[in-house]
Write a protein that binds this ligand. Structure first.
Ligand code: FAD
Length: 452
């Protein structure tokens, strides 16, 4: 038997944002948690959206290495100009900050290389032969997490093979004022000024551009195919970045978080959002699994993971189309994953059963599905939406004050106003009857029995 470092409620493999945020939240929820990870290595910069920064701040998580928001300059086909803003994220400092926060919450953080995650034995084993034993494991080793070898893997889906090469470049290689993203005939480029007066330059191209050479020569070939004569950084950081749905189904002995479940195209700028939001589901999922409610956890996970993958894959496809290039790099990516619209404008408001998080636990609830909330909305301003709409009983949606007095008198006025506002934002109109189907139009692939 392998030597045990200790026995825990939960052991996590991988301490990127997904693993370490999950570790912090699980420890705060009262679980004894261990996390085994390689330490953050070498410089690496990414763009963090404001909503990720806001979620982290809301959960009192550190924002080490996160710079102020800066507007991004976009050069993408017909679109030229400023668009959105992003925070420069020094991933080494950011990841270290989160791991320190985990340790401060009482998580046993072990810096070691994980050699195997064994759900069947409830063990995470390290290259030095030591193992962590736990009632529940989480896999969060990002893109380096092994693919599931069992039949759980039958649905794995991946986009076109894409490679990112990045590194420090001298100031003359680009704009030193703002982050820039630019479409080029054979790929795209992201550049951002970092401290010490240099630029972080990232070239993204097709894996095929690596050519038939090996090692650094192949990397240089890809780099120059995208960036022309700009010199290759001295220490290029190379990543395979094809979008991938690795684990569409939940292994109830070892759920996956972040990139280990769904890895997105960095173009979407959604990777860290998914890593952090998947970590937010660790506590309710762990509670359900440890209470023997695997069906709830399975349905919750499957919906979230599939929805994230397909939506982001189609958002990415639309970005690639907008660049307007007709070269193989762009044609391939503009055609994947399919022709389905990113936003289904045909959705009529209707109800369906979904697993949602309520007060930190998973629960099956009726949700309202609308064009803007295709995944289903269960709550608005702390109120359950569907029972509330039933109170309207087919009547027209009153204006805000009457909505409070006639439909939701027990709620504080601000809450009633917030819900009224939310209904308007979903396309419902004051004075008009809410056009929604009260029958459950959808049947879920789960064991829910409405009669039970
Ligand atoms: C080139 C590139 C650019 C990107 N740009 C952006 C961007 O601009 N904005 C954005 O939001 N997202 C971006 N992303 C996506 C973002 O980086 C990921 O979605 C996010 O880091 C996922 O977090 P994670 O915790 O799931 O995985 P990771 O961050 O990959 O963390 C995995 C952790 O597991 C550890 N690990 C792996 N294998 C082992 C092992 N065998 N033993 C022990 N530890 C191990 C690693 O050391 C690491 O700490 C980019 C990704 C890439 C590759």
């Amino acid at each position: 038997m392998a030597p045990q470092i200790g026995t825990f409620d939960i052991a996590i493999a991988g301490g990127g944002p997904a693993g370490s945020v999950a570790a912090v939240l699980l420890a705060r929820a009262g679980f004894r948690v261990a996390l085994a990870t390689l330490p953050p290595r070498g410089p690496r910069y990414e763009g963090m959206s404001a909503r990720v920064a806001a979620i982290l701040a809301q959960h009192h998580l550190p924002l080490a290495g996160i710079g102020p928001a800066a507007q991004r300059h976009v050069s993408w086909g017909a679109f030229q100009g400023g668009q959105n803003s992003e925070h420069l994220a020094d991933r080494s400092a950011f990841d270290t900050g989160l791991l320190e926060a985990a340790r401060a919450e009482g998580v046993s953080v072990i810096y070691a290389s994980v050699s195997s995650v064994r759900p069947e034995a409830g063990e995470i084993c390290m290259a030095d032969g030591n193992c962590l034993s736990a009632r529940l494991l989480f896999e969060a080793r990002g893109r380096r997490a092994p693919r599931q070898s069992s039949d759980l893997n039958r649905d794995e889906l991946a986009g076109p093979d894409t490679i990112s090469v990045a590194g420090f470049a001298p100031p003359q290689a680009g704009d030193m004022e703002t982050p820039r993203i630019e479409a080029r005939p054979d790929g795209w480029v992201w550049s951002v000024p970092v401290d010490r007066g240099c630029l972080w330059l990232q070239a993204v191209g097709a894996a095929a551009s690596l050519g038939r050479t090996n090692g650094k020569a192949a990397v240089a070939e890809l780099w120059h195919s995208v960036l022309g004569k700009t010199a290759l950084p001295r220490r290029p950081v190379v990543h395979a970045i094809a979008p991938r749905l690795t684990a569409p189904d939940l292994d109830p002995r070892c759920p996956r978080l972040g990139d280990a479940a769904v890895a997105l195209d960095p173009l979407s700028g959604h990777g860290m959002f998914w890593a952090v939001s998947s970590a937010l589901m660790a506590v309710p999922v762990a509670r359900a699994l440890l209470a023997g409610e695997a069906d709830l956890a399975r349905d919750f996970y499957r919906n979230r993971v599939a929805e994230t993958f397909w939506r982001q894959a189609r958002v990415g496809r639309d970005f690639y189309r907008e660049a307007g290039f007709q070269t193989p790099f762009w044609q391939q990516r503009a055609a994947w994953p399919d022709e389905a619209p990113t936003h289904d404008t045909d959705i009529r408001p209707h109800t369906a059963m979904r697993v949602v998080v309520q007060d930190g636990y998973l629960a099956r609830r009726e949700v309202l599905i609308t064009r803007d909330a295709p995944g289903g909305a269960a709550f608005a301003a702390g109120q359950e939406i569907v029972p509330l709409l039933r109170r309207l009983n087919g009547q027209a949606l009153p204006q805000a004050d009457r909505f409070h007095s006639a439909v939701l008198p027990e709620a504080p006025p601000q809450a009633a106003r917030a819900i009224h506002q939310w209904l308007l934002s979903q396309g419902f109109t004051e004075g008009a009857q809410i056009p929604w189907d009260t029958a459950n139009r959808e049947t879920e692939p789960c064991n829910y029995d409405p009669a039970a």
